[in-house]
Ligand binder design. Structure first.
Ligand code: TEU
Length: 543
């Protein structure tokens, strides 16, 4: 039985309190002029990350892939997609990041491979019942001629989760048809991923973000279910036949044993599970951390933020873990836009269904500035999604013909998907792709990206970029490694807490200005007047 390690005031490991910057490599920076991001571009922008002050970067999948799901369809886990570079260039990047004191977290996708993966090609070339088929979840169908799928499971992106092969058998794909699910009961599958972990650990990778960490084990009796899983949803029925099954923990323990053979490495779980199930993934012989999506899901009210922060910290402490904080990533509408929508608008549907005139961009940007002073103040590791430090909004008005997310096709054009948060980053105020590259980028950028580019914001003390730089520096200098947080009661619409020795964070999430208490102003999300904190604004005070 594992014992909970003693809780001390100071967090000692980099991954416990770091600021981690998420790079969606396809959209970060294009170094070879093909309109897609790549390692050359990423290497050319390392100084941006260093000047931001981040402790690590998490890079979305960079492996060989047909990019049917943005790289989450891997055809070769030990090779870099030629559009992004090479393994040698990845090693150069890792070394250059380390020279700047920045660690590198790779993205691992174990639940499924690409249908281009050699294993899947072997499986479909082999006849039914062949050993090669057993590495995947392939079964005969039901009904008189096997014409019915083995179960009524639906794919996350829409449509059935089973695809029929020419010889009549069916293969499982919880996501896209191009993403066949691996059979994690198979010893070769388990051995292969331990080898893949070692391959990248040996090349200097400091950690792994594990995709769909709760999905590898399935109930192989394939019971029908009456619930469809929406993208990025954790409210699955307990004992769901393919989410959060107890068998995943044995896999986690085997991976942790591999990481423990190396110095100072970590793995963080992308596990969309019920809050009370999450601690199971954080036992000391399993994951170091898991993504905490609750704050990302929270509505912009002091009460919801206060409750979620307290609950998350208590849950992490109960298992001797540390929390993570994330407001945006490559799968969700950017929070600068989310916070500009009325509380009753469901942002997951808003991109497709609107009402688009309900968006108040200025309000969203104002709240995003305050939100930065929340997440960067919290104890644990804070994830910053590329472009968040520039205050970028969701590009919700992309033309239909450029949509790339498999959700768009698989939902029968009823859900536009996630491309709006993946539009290439603007580095310069003008140019064919605002400095992203030298040609038109793979997703078109709006004109607003120019004035919001990194160059437009650098050196401007009132820019979002300067706010992130100042907050990260202050965090590092005052309380980053300190666990201590105590909530304060400054009113129902005010989120307030102390951090470390002497910092007080106050966020006015109400509609009226409030009077600020005594204290030396360290940072404010917007200029203050007359000792008052306006609505949707935040401050850090010392003393
Ligand atoms: O997304 C996670 C994901 O989609 C599942 O967790 C699912 O939404 C459901 O909520 C499970 O409870 C990851 C990646 O972030 C995403 O970009 C990929 O498209 C997806 O997995 C498939 O690899």
């Amino acid at each position: 039985m594992s014992t909970t390690p003693a809780i001390t005031e100071q967090m000692t490991e980099w991954w416990q309190h770091g600021v981690v910057y998420q790079v969606y490599i396809r959209s970060f920076a294009d170094g070879n002029g093909d309109g897609q991001g790549d390692l050359a571009g990423l290497r050319s922008r390392l100084d941006h990350l260093a000047s931001l002050g981040v402790d690590a970067v998490w890079i979305n999948p960079w492996y060989v892939s047909p990019l049917k799901d943005g790289g989450y369809d891997v055809a070769d886990y030990r090779n870099i997609d030629p559009r992004f570079g090479s393994v040698e260039e990845a090693e150069q990047f890792i070394a250059e990041a380390h020279e700047r004191g920045i660690r590198v977290i790779a993205d691992l996708v174990p639940n499924h491979t690409s249908s281009d993966h050699v294993w899947f090609q072997e499986a479909i070339a082999a006849p039914p019942g062949s050993p090669a088929r057993d590495r995947y979840v392939i079964r005969p169908g039901k009904g008189p001629d096997g014409a019915e799928p083995p179960s009524n499971w639906e794919a996350v992106f829409g449509g059935p989760a089973w695809e029929r092969l020419p010889d009549g058998e069916w293969y499982l794909h919880i996501f896209d048809t191009s993403q066949p699910d691996l059979n994690w009961e198979h010893p070769e599958v388990r051995a292969e991923f331990e080898s893949i972990f070692r391959f990248w650990l040996d090349r200097g990778i400091d950690g792994f973000r594990v995709d769909v960490a709760h999905g590898m084990i399935k109930d192989l009796t394939f019971p029908d279910i009456d619930s469809k899983t929406e993208l990025l949803e954790s409210e699955h029925p307990i004992d769901h036949p393919h989410w959060d099954r107890d068998g995943v923990h044995e896999i986690n323990r085997a991976w942790r044993a591999v990481l423990n053979e190396y110095e100072n490495r970590m793995m963080v779980a992308e596990a969309w599970v019920h809050a009370e199930r999450l601690p199971l993934y954080l036992r000391e012989d399993e994951y170091h951390q898991s993504f905490n999506f609750d704050l990302l899901e929270a509505k912009w009210t002091a009460d919801s933020f206060r409750r979620i922060i307290s609950r998350s910290l208590d849950a992490a402490e109960a298992v001797g873990a540390t929390s993570t904080w994330v407001l945006s990533n490559h799968d969700v509408v950017r929070h600068a836009t989310r916070y500009g929508l009325p509380l009753d608008v469901k942002w997951r549907k808003w991109v497709t269904d609107g009402p688009h005139d309900a968006l108040d961009e200025a309000l969203g940007s104002r709240r995003a500035r305050a939100a930065a002073l929340i997440t960067l103040a919290l104890p644990g590791s804070t994830y910053v999604y590329q472009g968040e430090e520039l205050g970028l909004h969701e590009v919700w008005e992309l033309p239909d013909e450029v949509l790339d997310d498999p959700t768009w096709e698989r939902s029968g054009h009823t859900e536009r998907g996630r491309d709006g948060c993946r539009v290439p980053i603007p580095w310069e105020t003008d140019g064919p792709s605002f400095g992203f590259g030298t040609t038109a980028p793979w997703l078109p950028q709006p004109d607003t990206f120019g004035p919001n580019s990194a160059a437009a914001q650098a050196g401007d003390p009132d820019s979002m970029l300067s706010l992130y730089q100042a907050a990260i520096a202050l965090r590092k200098g005052r309380f980053a490694a300190d666990r201590r947080l105590a909530m304060l009661d400054l009113g129902a619409d005010v989120l307030a807490f102390t951090r470390g020795d002497d910092v007080t964070v106050i966020v006015n999430m109400g509609s009226e200005p409030i009077e600020l208490p005594e204290g030396r102003l360290l940072l404010s999300s917007i200029p203050l007047e007359g000792g008052m904190l306006p609505s949707d604004a935040a401050v850090w005070l010392a003393g």
